[in-house]
Design a protein around this ligand. Structure first.
Ligand SMILES: Nc1nc2c(c(=O)[nH]1)N[C@H]1C(S)=C(S)[C@@H](COP(=O)(O)O)O[C@H]1N2
Ligand SMILES: [Mo]
Length: 264
């Protein structure tokens, strides 16, 4: 047996570690471990694939379920800074915004058993989370705000990704760039999709999410840099690869040289 092989912890160890470190990583009402005992469950299959990673990568996986720091209300900075596109000019977006987003529909599909078109009212009735966190932009500024939104783990639970699903692709209404214009987009993996603090935010600092900060829905993926947090979400697709999306690097800024995994 090679050293590498001997140093590799068993799957049981990994799953126990995940469960211990992530008692809060609940999947709806049921604990993650209950799901992992079901041979057919996609999350179990996903975690088993993770077992093929090196020992270092497995430790990383455990650490990736840890929570980002949360702050008390006094720490909220006002006004909240806005960055990148802050008022999409695209006609389809303007029409929705002018109607107060009443006609907005979020299509969640791809490699899932159950595609769903959500309206905002339905999303607002789903299990939510409110968190005061620090947004770190790669350009060097930070800002602390309170975010409220639907738990992404709930969406995952409702659409039921198939075994093919490896990433979640968020496409946005705003198009950027000179010449060949690209819609802003982002991708995250299933570990971040299931993270306790990963939400689709519709509220900021106790009010509706402003247009400047991504109305009607923007991603919060708190362990990563600001550019991962897609604003103006148009659709969500579970994919097995992002090689054919944009320039193939998994996000608008990734296509322009930034890291795909922007951990902080
Ligand atoms: N659709 C879309 N999402 C986006 C951007 C953008 O230009 N378009 N900019 C990103 C960057 S670089 C940052 S720092 C944050 C800014 O979020 P804020 O406007 O709420 O500060 O949104 C990210 N998400
Ligand atoms: Mo940013």
């Amino acid at each position: 047996m090679s050293t590498a092989k001997r140093n590799r912890p068993s799957r049981r160890y990994i799953l126990q570690g995940l469960a211990a470190g992530t008692s809060s990583l609940a999947l709806g009402g049921c604990n993650i471990l209950d799901d992992l005992t079901n041979e057919e469950h996609w999350l179990r299959n996903f975690m088993e694939r993770a077992n093929d990673l090196t020992y270092g990568a497995q430790r990383l996986l455990l650490s990736r379920t840890a929570l980002a720091k949360e702050f008390p209300p006094e720490a909220i900075m006002q006004p909240q800074r806005a960055n990148g596109v802050i008022n999409p000019p695209e006609e389809i977006y303007r029409t929705l915004a002018n109607g107060g987003f009443a006609n907005y529909r979020l299509k969640v599909g791809g490699h899932v058993e159950n595609s769903i078109d959500y309206d905002l009212e339905t999303l607002r009735r789903l299990p939510s989370r409110t968190q005061i966190t620090r947004h770190d932009c790669v350009e060097g500024w930070s800002s602390i705000a309170q975010w409220t939104g639907v738990r992404f783990s709930e969406i995952v639970k409702q659409v039921r990704p198939t075994e093919k699903a490896k990433y979640v692709l968020f496409t946005c209404f705003d198009e950027r760039g000179r010449g060949a214009r690209n819609a802003y987009y982002e991708t995250i993996d299933l570990v971040d999709a299931m993270h306790e603090q990963t939400i689709l935010a519709y509220g900021m600092n106790g009010r509706d999410l402003p247009i400047a900060n991504g109305a009607p829905l923007r991603l919060r993926v708190e362990r990563q840099l600001g550019y991962k947090m897609a604003k103006y979400i148009r659709s969500i697709t579970f994919v097995d690869s992002f090689a054919d999306v944009g320039l193939g690097h998994g996000g608008y800024w990734e296509d322009r040289g930034y890291d795909w995994y922007a951990g902080i």
